[in-house]
Design a protein. Structure first.
Lengths: 403, 314
């Protein structure tokens, strides 16, 4: 009955250095993840393809319910086995993760591919000393003995900026502050030097002042260890300066995908534009109302027939409500977007749109255009958004203005 | 930790003191004059007064209490009105029986409930889980006075595996004693298994949905390791609390089973004493049972500090 901390069964997997062969580290192809619920099938991730190169950072941005967390767990294969329908492939360092059995996956998890969770209070075991929570993976994957693992854990805690780690290693999570806990979480995730770290909203539960510190720490460790990071967040401001590429998700699909600079400079998708507009700016006069996108994300059991953003899009035309736009390129091949009437220089190419300024107005206010019948009915139907993408103040140092 | 336990220990002493006052008052709240009972209703008022004086019953209540408490602290709980055996002797023959019943029944209960919960909680609502859950529901619904006669009918009368009644002290013949105690213990253990299994199972199921279990999975740990090293302890808090209450209730609470199997435990003696208005025996046993209850809660509190580090530090 006794559990042992040892890899069991199966051959040891080899993880090739794909970087030298010009292959991306991670290739996700047409990934679908659905959950069977009492009401119907929720299509949380609905056909997502993306790649991550070794040592690079991919930002995955979207509001709550856009499927970004499910996406990160689907890539890892961490979802519960029951009531989940999955299809598509995930190739990681030369292996198809979707074809692996649980024993093989456990060789990948924590060793080559690890995860930083959103809330370090709930993701750390409350009744285990933090030292034990770090040494577990070291002993399991690297075969270290107890004392060797402890020494390594102390070094790891030091590298994530925890003062006097020799004592702290015997502490319990509840004895640490939120920022410290997230540092411990990073130490756990990086313990075995993985090639890819999934950071799922790593700073959402933290104080604004601590957020930047944690992100900087993560970036620094990433450089030192040459690992790739998938940074999942609802905050474009977080990824603006830290990601090499950005994927914008809406209702389980990618709606725009581009290198960070391009995304900010040549925004094509009105949803991306709306996300940008909802970032509060220090240059705004005080007292101004924050920009919010009216309405809510669609029901993923019965998604809208056409473009999924159309019901909330001020530029939406009949075509948008009828058929779904494919993810396509225009100009540079690494810039993809799904929109029938993409923005050019911030102006919609939809017929009847001549206004030069952004039409995403003040929440519930007068900024919505009256020209388009579709748009006005759409925003009349939906009540003012109860949430706002802009309700978390962002780090003033993050430098949100695209160059 | 030491500070926390010291605080609990002081609480224990205070509670024990309050219990002693209540137990003392219990007898005095009951109607009737002890002197009249001893001398008979037809004796003279003068004789009664003399006896009251001899017994110290003419003194103020607080004085009587101190007098009684002094006796208690010196191990003197008085003697039975009926056969003049010292109350301490009644208790000292009774408590090992209760202790034995409790230990055997609880060891069986934990040995069945914990592994069963560990197995079924991993895949809830599968056949094994449904069978166990239904079976324990039945156990919960059947009180010992229903289970015991059925077991006697099947295992004692029908199969002759065990004696229907009888008791031999452990010190006289351990093997026979254990053999005799199996049926009574099983009658008690059914309810405990049901309570422990259901609590531990549901706590395990909710713990397995916690972020820190997903986190443990994302480290590549095996399901068995996660179960034992990550989910077990955080799921055991309500189990521990329930065990404290349950074991406390079993002290002298086993009297039905003791009656059915004719085992002279504390509960058996208590019920007899109540029936015969043998007040000092009632008083003595009540005091011992109440103090034992408090001590068990103290031990459970101590175990909490072992299981959950947050208890002592927050």
């Amino acid at each position: 009955m006794k559990a042992r901390l040892k890899r069991t069964g199966g051959d040891t997997l080899e993880f090739k250095d794909v970087g030298h062969r010009g292959e991306p580290l991670l290739v996700v192809d047409d990934l679908h993840t659905s959950f069977r619920t009492g009401r119907g099938t929720v299509r949380a991730v609905d056909g997502v393809s993306l790649t991550v190169d070794e040592g690079k950072t991919l930002g995955v941005v979207g509001e709550s319910g856009s499927g970004k967390t499910v996406l990160s767990r689907s890539i890892m294969g961490l979802l519960p086995p029951r009531d989940v329908i999955k299809s598509g492939t995930v190739r990681f360092a030369g292996h198809d993760l979707t074809a692996m059995d649980p024993v093989q996956l456990r060789q990948v998890w924590g060793a080559e591919l690890s995860m930083i969770f959103q809330d370090p209070m709930t993701a750390l075991n409350p009744v285990k000393r933090i030292g034990v929570q770090i040494t577990e993976s070291l002993r399991l994957h690297l075969g270290m003995d107890r004392s060797e693992a402890t020494a390594t854990a102390i070094e790891l805690l030091r590298s994530v900026g925890i003062p006097s780690p020799e004592q702290r290693i015997r502490w319990y999570p509840f004895q640490l502050s939120g920022g410290m806990r997230q540092r411990v979480m990073i130490a756990i995730a990086l313990a075995c030097s993985p090639r890819l770290v999934m950071a799922d909203e790593p700073t959402t539960g933290l104080d604004v002042t601590v957020q930047a510190q944690i992100l900087d720490l993560l970036a620094e460790l990433q450089r030192e260890r040459h690992m790739a990071v998938i940074l999942v967040t609802h905050d474009l401001g977080v990824v603006a300066t830290r990601a090499d590429d950005i994927v914008v998700m809406y209702a389980g699909r990618i709606v725009e995908q581009a290198p960070t600079k391009t995304l900010f400079k040549e925004t094509r998708m009105p949803y991306t534009q709306a996300l940008m507009d909802s970032i509060p700016r220090l240059s705004d006069p005080s007292g101004i109302r924050l920009h919010a996108i009216a309405g809510r994300p669609p029901d993923l059991i019965h998604p809208p027939k056409g473009c999924r953003f159309a019901p909330r899009c001020p530029y939406a035309q009949d075509k948008c409500h009828q058929s779904e736009p494919p993810l396509r390129t225009a100009g540079s091949p690494d810039h993809l977007f799904a929109c029938w009437f993409p923005l050019v220089n911030g102006v919609s190419t939809a017929p009847g749109m001549s206004s030069g300024s952004s039409v995403f107005g003040v929440s519930g206010g007068s900024g919505t255009p009256g020209e388009s019948a579709d748009a006005s009915t759409a925003s009349d139907q939906v009540p003012p958004a109860p949430w706002s993408l802009a309700d978390t103040p962002i780090d003033p140092d993050a430098g949100l203005e695209p160059s | 930790m030491a500070k926390y336990l010291l605080r609990r220990l002081i609480q224990l002493v205070v509670v024990a003191f309050i219990i002693s006052v209540l137990v003392f008052l219990l007898v005095h709240l009951l109607p009737g004059d002890p002197a009249a009972q001893i001398l008979g209703a037809n004796d003279t008022a003068h004789n009664r007064a003399v006896l009251n004086k001899q017994l110290g019953l003419n003194l103020p209540l607080w004085h009587q209490y101190i007098f009684w408490l002094k006796g208690v602290l010196h191990g003197n709980l008085g003697q039975s009105y009926l056969n003049h055996t010292p109350v301490t002797q009644v208790i000292s023959t009774g408590w090992p029986i209760d202790l034995e019943l409790i230990i055997i029944s609880q060891v069986i209960a934990f040995a069945v409930a914990i592994p069963l919960a560990l197995i079924t909680s991993r895949r809830p609502n599968r056949p094994v889980d449904n069978i166990s859950t239904t079976a324990t529901f039945g156990m919960l619904a059947l009180p010992p006075f229903v289970i015991a006669p059925i077991m006697v009918a099947v295992f004692a009368v029908g199969l002759h595996w065990f004696p229907a009644t009888g008791y031999i002290p452990f010190t006289q013949n351990p093997a026979t004693n254990l053999h005799d105690m199996i049926l009574p213990s099983l009658a008690i253990t059914a309810g405990s298994i049901a309570v422990y299994y259901r609590l531990f199972r549901s706590d395990l199921i909710s713990t397995l949905q916690e972020d820190f279990v997903t986190m443990a999975r994302s480290k590549g740990l095996s399901p068995r390791w996660i179960m034992w090293r990550h989910a077990f302890r955080p799921s055991s808090f309500s189990l521990l609390a329930a065990a404290g209450v349950n074991i406390g209730a079993l002290i002298a609470g086993t009297f039905i089973v003791e009656f059915l199997f004719a085992i002279p435990g504390l509960g058996y003696s208590l019920v007899q004493a109540v029936n015969q208005r043998d007040y000092l025996v009632v008083q003595g046993i009540t005091l011992v049972v109440a103090v034992a209850y408090v001590v068990i809660q103290f031990l459970i509190d101590f175990l909490f500090t072992v299981v959950d580090p947050r208890v002592t530090r927050e």
